[in-house]
Design a protein around this ligand. Structure first.
Ligand code: NAI
Length: 328
């Protein structure tokens, strides 16, 4: 099948080209994002492949339909950027990669916790500047701390197990509790208990109408003073302005985010040498207790290999009229 890839980086091309040796599709890679202006770039393709920040709203999907696109293949797990109802009514099938190395994202969330707690980003710079002092680098033992996890699906479950390994008390909240995690030692509680009892809160639920701004002024007020908040899921889970206020008054003690509400305008692009116009992100990066990474949770060799294989398999299944196990 002819497939047009939007928003591609050199690594996308490398991993998909390698995986395609077993699938024999015809791939064309564009750096441009999918939006209403760029559907004109579609030529003979029947499928388009997009990533987290490509916008497939009703209007764009209508344009895809006019161009003869019958399959939208997401090379990611989250699908909050796609209007699924519009796709269904237009007869465009949507497939995704529901699980590809949940370890990659869970381990990144833990990387943020460890780096923030032990101020690794500061000590790296200090030592390079021949400053071997320790003042300001004090952290805390993770052992014995209470970690609250909202969303215990593929990624959240791996995260819980790793934190249990650190000797943390793990409180979990999900619409569908995970029996195996309870056996492993996690305790399911209400969202309110997570907020009020946790020293560290990590978000692993999807972004949808129920979860948008799950972390807001009201929920922050219920948290322990000095709480560490981690978000590797989707930026919209957090009301970033409310978090900035809580960082300013010290109620939030540390923030680690791999995703950001307005990331579409910024992430995966190089703006060094440019004046960033996003005042909220710019304010965030001034805090000494904030660590922002640019949506790199998924970025491991294992995850990239699995993403490419599953995406191309999804497309092959569609082409052959086989059941679409990863359809939305
Ligand atoms: P998943 O679908 O396996 O798990 C999500 C869990 O959240 C499910 O157990 C679900 O029941 C639960 N949930 C849904 N609504 C909830 C609510 N209102 N309150 C509490 N729990 C709720 O998804 P997976 O694979 O674990 O991914 C989680 C999220 O991580 C994705 O939605 C995606 O946004 C994000 N992600 C981020 C990546 C990164 O590179 N930073 C890469 C991959 C995923």
């Amino acid at each position: 099948m002819d497939i047009l890839f939007f928003s591609t980086q050199p690594y996308d091309k490398a991993y998909f080209t390698a995986a395609n040796e077993s699938f024999h599709h015809r791939l064309r890679f564009l750096e441009y994002p999918l939006n209403e202006d760029n559907t004109a770039l579609i030529k003979q393709e029947q499928a388009v492949c997009v990533f987290v920040n490509d916008k497939a709203d009703a209007h764009v999907l209508g344009l895809l339909k006019e161009k003869g696109i019958s399959l939208l293949a997401l090379r990611c797990a989250g699908f909050n950027n796609v209007d699924l109802k519009a796709a269904a009514s237009l007869g465009i099938k949507v497939v995704r990669v529901p699980a590809y190395s949940p370890h990659a994202v869970a381990e990144h969330a833990i990387t943020l916790i460890l780096a923030l707690n032990r101020k690794i980003y500061k000590s790296y710079n200090r030592v390079r500047d021949n400053n071997f002092t320790l003042s300001g680098l004090e952290g805390f033992d993770l052992y014995g701390k209470t970690v609250g996890v909202i969303g215990t699906g593929n990624i959240g479950a791996v995260f819980c197990r790793i934190m249990l390994g650190f000797g943390c008390q793990v409180l979990a909240h999900d619409l569908y509790p995970h029996e195996g995690l309870v056996k492993a030692g996690a305790t399911y509680v209400s969202r309110e208990t997570i907020l009020s009892s946790s020293d560290i809160i990590s978000l692993h639920c999807p972004l949808n109408e129920d979860t948008r701004h799950l972390i807001n002024g009201h929920s922050i007020a219920q948290m322990k003073p000095g709480v560490m908040l981690i978000n590797t899921s989707r930026g919209g889970l957090i009301d970033t302005k409310a978090v900035v206020e809580a960082l300013k008054n010290g109620h939030i003690g540390a923030l680690g985010i791999d995703v950001y509400e307005q990331e579409e305008q910024l992430f995966f692009q190089n703006f060094s040498g440019t004046i960033i116009q996003d005042d909220v992100l710019s304010r965030l990066t001034t805090f000494p207790n904030v660590l922002v990474t640019a949506h790199q949770g998924f970025f491991t060799k294992e995850a990239l290999t699995q993403i490419a294989n599953t995406t191309l398999q999804n497309i092959s299944s569609f082409e052959k009229g086989e059941p679409l196990v990863n359809a939305l």
